[in-house]
Ligand binder design. Structure first.
Ligand code: F6R
Length: 302
């Protein structure tokens, strides 16, 4: 053996060929790395499959419709409601007040006038009412419904239900809860407050609550002051409302939102959050179909 070849197979103290041990070590750690990388890749693939399946299930239930503006949003919501009434003339609707659904009510009145739909056998249940305003106060939700919808259509007023804001609150709560338990709402219309409230379920409300009374939050009182000559003292501080449990009992829900001040609330729902401090995120645990119909401004944070 030549001198330089002898150098190459030089043995170490344990009798191993020098360098072979390091090679073995290197190939061992190489294998460990490969196994680790494979495990990580498989884990990522599994996560991606789970995520895709979840999204698929979710988008199947929650349908986001982005309209160009308020009018288009209102039309789209009214079309869904009209279809339901055509298919089921005895439909039970859950109704909301506020500025959001006014356009939808206008569209429904048009459809009624065009003889496309009749409300003769339709029943309605409103989400909420202020405590302390009599029915005919121009800002009571009873008056709102009469003025914006009921007086324009052929609905039987005996089939319209709104929580009572006058009298003994406990009795009114029980009566409304009993009524809701006997009448399953086919389609619930919702607006959303900029703090994420639905009905008068303010942030922090237990999702399991039924009909109950509430103290309104300051920003809700401020938002509503525009309907009370901008006088905070005139805005009622308490209300009676369907709870989130009652809302989630509806077969189908339409949530409408327009304007940039609703963009955060919509973002929170679409991010699939379920957070008791953002009541509207309860829609993510609804078992039926949810339409979220928004204008471009309310969709601006998506
Ligand atoms: C009204 C209601 C409220 C409103 C919400 C948004 O019956 O339940 O939750 O939907 O305060 O109000 P607007 O539509 O006026 O922005």
């Amino acid at each position: 053996m030549k001198e330089n070849e002898k150098e190459l197979i030089d043995l170490d103290e344990e009798g191993n060929i020098k360098g072979e041990k390091e090679e073995k070590k290197a190939s061992k750690s190489n294998n460990t790395f490969k196994i680790l990388a494979t495990v990580i890749i498989i884990a990522i693939i599994i996560c991606a499959i789970i995520f895709t399946l979840k999204q698929y299930k979710r988008t199947n239930r929650i349908e986001l419709i982005i309209a160009n503006d308020y009018d288009e949003m209102s039309e789209k919501a009214a079309n869904i409601i009209a279809e339901l009434i055509k298919n089921n003339p005895n439909a039970i609707l859950g109704l909301a007040t506020g500025s959001t659904p006014i356009g939808t009510y206008i569209e429904l009145i048009k459809k009624f006038n065009n003889k496309e739909i009749s409300f003769k056998n339709v029943k309605t249940f409103n989400l909420d009412e202020y405590i302390g305003l009599d029915q005919f106060h121009p800002q009571s939700y009873y008056y709102y419904m009469y003025d914006h919808l009921f007086k324009h259509i052929d609905i039987n007023l005996n089939n319209t239900h709104i929580p009572k804001g006058e009298g003994v609150t406990e009795t009114n709560i029980k009566e409304y809860e009993d009524l809701l338990n006997k009448n399953k709402i086919n389609l619930q219309i919702l607006g959303v407050g900029r703090n994420g409230h639905i009905g008068f379920n303010e942030p922090g409300t237990d999702f399991g609550l039924g009909v109950h009374d509430v103290m309104l939050h300051n920003n809700t009182i401020m938002d509503n002051a525009r309907f009370f000559e901008n006088d905070l003292n005139k805005v009622p501080k308490k209300a009676i409302t369907m709870g989130i449990r009652n809302i989630l009992d509806a077969e189908t829900i339409i949530l409408m939102a327009n304007g940039t001040n609703k963009a955060d609330a919509i973002k929170n729902v679409m991010e699939n959050k379920v957070d008791v401090n953002i009541p509207v995120t309860a829609l993510n645990i609804h078992k039926g179909k949810v339409y979220i119909i928004v204008d471009k401004k309310a969709a601006s944070k998506l």
